[in-house]
Design a binder for this molecule. Structure first.
Ligand code: ATP
Ligand code: MG
Length: 397
């Protein structure tokens, strides 16, 4: 998810508004006026960056300017409450609707992703792929009401093993709307708004079904990790749990599948686990999967290597899919540098001249990989893997 300027402005606005209210309460009129002007200024900026809500932001900015103006005459301010409250209650409803629209637009503009990934891009993980395909097919087929597919699937395992890849592929294969939400980044960027974002997210997912909602790093929402989980993450979690229970979806036959991923499943609390009754272990690739992933990541280049030997070495070193991708890239670079001496010299040439030339390539050799092995280190140890396996045995399935 990209950094969203209007989101950052919104939190500044909220802060300024709160400070205005506090100043107002303490009858600190100078500061109240300054803060009201700041609110107006921020709203005008937000209008610039958010064309969907431009009109409503500008209207609100005007109201704040009126509030600020009225403060220059203290007696007037004392009589008339803050402009917002003196407006009749019919604006409140419009404002609430405005706000809902604003969050839905935010979701549509920021959290929906096109997924170009297909099942063929994933090496190994045969059973997992099959299970996910089945789930998706079952939800699409006509069926008796009593047959319900999984609504939530938890993918857990070491970093870089293909969890995000699997979520993208399931959306890509179905041409479903794919919502990609990183729990930690929604929390840190949109703090107080994160629970509203989640409920807008599921509103939009229902509108645009079939939908796959992918919640990455779901452990960020856990209450187990520390005693004092922030209020914002607690609220975000409880909204998410309600949506996962899916009351609003009863009797409807449309796919809204929530996939969640974590590297630290032991951090998850019961409330989350109980919603994801299907929990799938995404392990490090075994020898066969390693060979497949190497082939996927060296497409278009010939392999003149002892693949079995290389794969054994990778498994021994606890390489994840991500490590394998990096290994292949390193090996390819070694080959390119070998057969294109002084490549950087060509940087002097004009672009048009470069377009006429061809990069030299040759098949990859064991030596290219030997060199690459020196650079790629997995952070995992045998002990780490055992921890995942133990959790999988106890809670997976
Ligand atoms: N099974 C796999 N097949 C092919 N490529 C893989 C596989 N697993 C990982 N990769 C490669 O590693 C990269 C990272 O994988 P991915 O983002 O899916 O890992 P992850 O499990 O979500 O990791 P993290 O827990 O760190 O988020 C992918 O973009 C892909 O290039
Ligand atoms: Mg991931």
């Amino acid at each position: 998810m990209e950094i969203d300027l209007s989101g950052a402005l919104m939190s500044q606005f909220k802060k300024a508004k709160k400070e205005y209210e506090m100043a107002k309460e303490k009858n600190n009129l100078d500061i109240a006026k300054k803060k009201a002007l700041e609110c107006a200024k921020l709203l005008r900026l937000m209008a610039k960056y958010d064309e969907y809500n431009e009109k409503s932001y500008l209207e609100k900015a005007k109201k704040w300017e009126m509030v600020a103006n009225s403060i220059s005459n203290p007696s007037k301010v004392n009589k008339s409450k803050p402009a917002k409250k003196s407006e009749s209650s019919n604006t409140t409803k419009a404002e609430v609707e405005d706000e809902i629209d604003k969050f839905k637009n935010f979701v549509k503009n920021n959290l929906i992703q096109k997924s170009p990934i297909t099942w063929e891009d994933i090496g190994g993980l045969k059973e997992v792929k099959q299970l996910m395909m089945e789930t998706i097919v079952i939800s699409a087929l006509q069926k008796p009401a009593s047959i319900q597919p999984w609504k939530g699937i938890l993918l857990f395992g070491p970093p870089g093993t293909g969890k995000t890849l699997l979520a993208s592929a399931s959306a890509g294969s179905l041409e479903a709307t794919f919502f990609n939400v990183k729990a930690s980044s929604v929390l840190s960027k949109y703090y107080g708004e994160s629970s509203k974002i989640i409920s807008a997210l599921y509103d939009v997912a229902r509108e645009m079904a079939p939908s796959i909602v992918f919640i990455d790093e779901i452990d960020a929402l856990t209450t187990k990790r520390s005693e004092e989980t922030s209020e914002a993450s607690r609220r975000m979690l409880s909204t998410l749990l309600t949506e996962l229970d899916g009351f609003q979806d009863k009797g409807r036959d449309r796919l809204i599948l929530t996939l969640a991923a974590t590297n630290t499943p032991w951090d998850l609390d019961e409330a989350i686990l109980s919603r994801f009754s299907r929990r799938i272990y995404i392990p490090l690739p075994d020898k066969e999967a390693t060979k497949e992933i190497i082939k996927i990541n060296t497409k278009g280049v010939k392999l003149n290597v002892n693949l079995d030997e290389i794969a054994d070495k990778c498994v021994e070193r606890f390489y994840s899919g991500r490590d394998l991708k990096n290994l292949c890239q390193e090996a390819i670079w070694n080959m390119i540098r070998d057969v294109n001496k002084d490549l950087h010299e060509l940087a002097k040439l004009p672009y048009n001249e470069l377009r006429k030339r061809k990069l030299n390539v040759r098949p990859l050799t064991n030596d290219d990989f030997e060199e690459a092995f020196k650079k790629i280190k997995s952070p995992l140890t045998k002990k780490d893997i055992e921890k995942y396996e133990k959790w999988a045995e106890e809670f997976g399935g």
